[in-house]
Ligand binder design. Sequence first.
Ligand code: SAM
Length: 361
Amino acid sequence: MSPDSTEALRHEFAAALGDGGSSPWRAAFAAVPRHVFVPEFYRQDEGGGGWRRVTRSDRGYLETVYSDTALMTQLDAHGVPTSSSSEPGLMLTMLDALDARPGATVFELGTGTGYNAALLAHRLGAENVTSVDVDPDLVALAARRLAESGTRPFVATADGALGYPPRAPYSRFIATAALRSVPRALMEQAVDGAVIVAPIGFGVIRAEVTGPGHAEGRFLPTPALFMPRRLPPGAGPDVSGARNRPPEPTSLAVTAVLAGRWAFPLSLALPGYNAVAWRAADGAVSGMVLWTEDGSTAVAELAGRVRQAGPRRLWDTVEEIASLFPGGEPAREDYGITVTPHTQRFWYGTPEGASWPLPPG
Ligand SMILES: C[S@@+](CC[C@H](N)C(=O)[O-])C[C@H]1O[C@@H](n2cnc3c(N)ncnc32)[C@H](O)[C@@H]1O
């Protein structure tokens, strides 16, 4: 299969992405052969079972590669995806938000397959693109595939949270792995007016650097639901601490929290939180358990009782957020972020509105 045999498919794919509006990035999606970067991927069996490898010789391979689908490209020993080629429609939205014009110097956190780096290089010139990934095997593969597709942006193995000082400063930052806040090193490697586009919580932030160590911006309307961390069979939080606490009353509808209402602000206020249904011995849902990796747990019963343990009172945060938005969740773009050299906060409405701390970058 030569890259050219997919040209018509690529053009059709590029034209159909996103809302179909004009974007300077469509030409890049039409030109860069995604199949070179994703010669194989993993597809999950119906019902969320095991993963099946799909390669170029499988029927439907090309059609899937040139569709608006995220493709899992690496699994760990437990079958948990550790790298993917993101959904092209979301990539287009993030590239548009980046507002990078020729001449911009871009830093990408998360090289993965190298496909996004190739898109950036196509429009901005390979010499202006720096992309890093923590996984040396992925970086080696991406470098090979970038060369195969005829471009050589700078790629390296590094923790993207540290930026890449030897090639700084940068005027644009794009993260393609979920962050909990804006890494301080990126702020230090940014020119004034630099734009940062990054998934934080279940959303994507677009922030502008307004001065040394300072940035401000809003979330894009687009949801970016990154895969929840899966638990190995039998694993779960230790709820014994919470179970031993006296119950406190809660008037919050536990079923609404369990159904994911307020999930977006909670993904920011309680970074990396996990939530699962709590089942009685007969299998019926009787409540939910919420926990974070610092050992905080909350067990809330449908009957309106909650027990909390650990360093953070998680349910108090849930109640605080729910009380602000009794009718459900406002749009993502009503939330924003303010970064200063010492703190980071996400807020609702305006920077002076209700706000919650983000973990330090
Ligand atoms: C969704 S994939 C990236 C997709 C990629 N941009 C592409 O076009 O194929 C996320 C990647 O982020 C990488 N990653 C995770 N944490 C990282 C970190 N701290 N620094 C750099 N890369 C990281 C993962 O190894 C994974 O390859």
